[in-house]
Design a protein around this ligand. Sequence first.
Ligand code: SAH
Length: 381
Amino acid sequence: MDQNRLQTFNERINDLVDDAKEQPIRKKKEKVNLKPSIYSLEPHELKQWLEENGEKAFRAKQIYEWLYEKRVKTFEEMSNLSKALREKLTDAFALTTLSTIIKQQSQDGTIKFLFELQDGYAIETVLMRHEYGNSVCVTTQVGCRIGCTFCASTLGGLKRHLLAGEIVEQVVKVQQALDETNERVSHIVIMGIGEPFDNYDAMMSFLKVINHEQGLNIGARHITVSTSGIVPKIYKFADEQLQINFALSLHAPNQELRQKLMPIARAYKLEELMESIRYYTNKTGRRVSFEYGLFGGENDSVAHAEELAVLIKDIKCHVNLIPVNYVPERDYTRTPRNKIFDFEKTLKKHGINATIRREQGSDIDAACGQLRAKEREQETR
Ligand code: SAH
């Protein structure tokens, strides 16, 4: 991977942020004395911490069992650990860094959680129910600095990155809620608030913890990460050689239209983006999912579908068509049903695998692109 590309990333993003006249990060509270979340630690890090604190490394396995199999809510409950170790853990780590402010259930079974973080910011997490299992849509940042013109998550800019443990704990909290009915979180989509590739290291630690057999043991093929298209990170992710599903928010078949919808396209041109996608599919042998939101009158004609088919014809892929979800601050309109089908048919005619995303949770603002930390937004401005 070209180092120059990596170095220019921050400069390019900062240009975008300046353009948008946004402060990249706004602080809510002055200084909060935060303890690190125990959920941030990968097994080898926990072992290292134990050894540095005069404990045996094998305790890591026991602690992981308490955290991810028994899902205890206090260190005190870890009854096969010595009292001294439980005290050391309590002094060093937080076990709960998210508190549930709201748990809202949709008519279709979707549940949206609003969690408060230790510094007072709020984030959203969504549980979706499918025939194949229960899927959790996790948030990776408080806000977002990518600025997509159709998305609610980016409206207030970026407040801060989430720590790995704060991402892991979202899944633990949802699993604890499902424990009441003996159900299991089987799938994860990293498609909540934020741009996961803008918080890359935390996202990677999160993946390692939830995927680990002593962790939540969620199979890589049951996990999907989605990016707006931060090209250097696409190369980096391809080089990780993971079995995780990879989705790209494409939304347009040409540069002009893409940069109108997504300012990130000014930083990374469509041509270099598609080159990075080809690198990904060649390197991993896996297909990519293209997310394509249908925004009424913008990118949803049969001619656009034809152009899209040409753009992606030699790429091993699947296209996920997302009918636009209404965001009050944005004035995009919905593509009529019959036009959505025409778009899909056109892609299929060219041999491209395409499906229309089923909408879930729209009655509780939990649908794609609608997430925002509503209740807290005002306070943090
Ligand atoms: N930042 C990542 C993760 C967000 S995933 C990314 O951009 O991929 C959420 C998906 O919903 C993305 O494809 C996003 O572009 C799309 N989306 C955002 N706002 C939307 C809206 N109002 N209607 C439909 N899809 C939307």
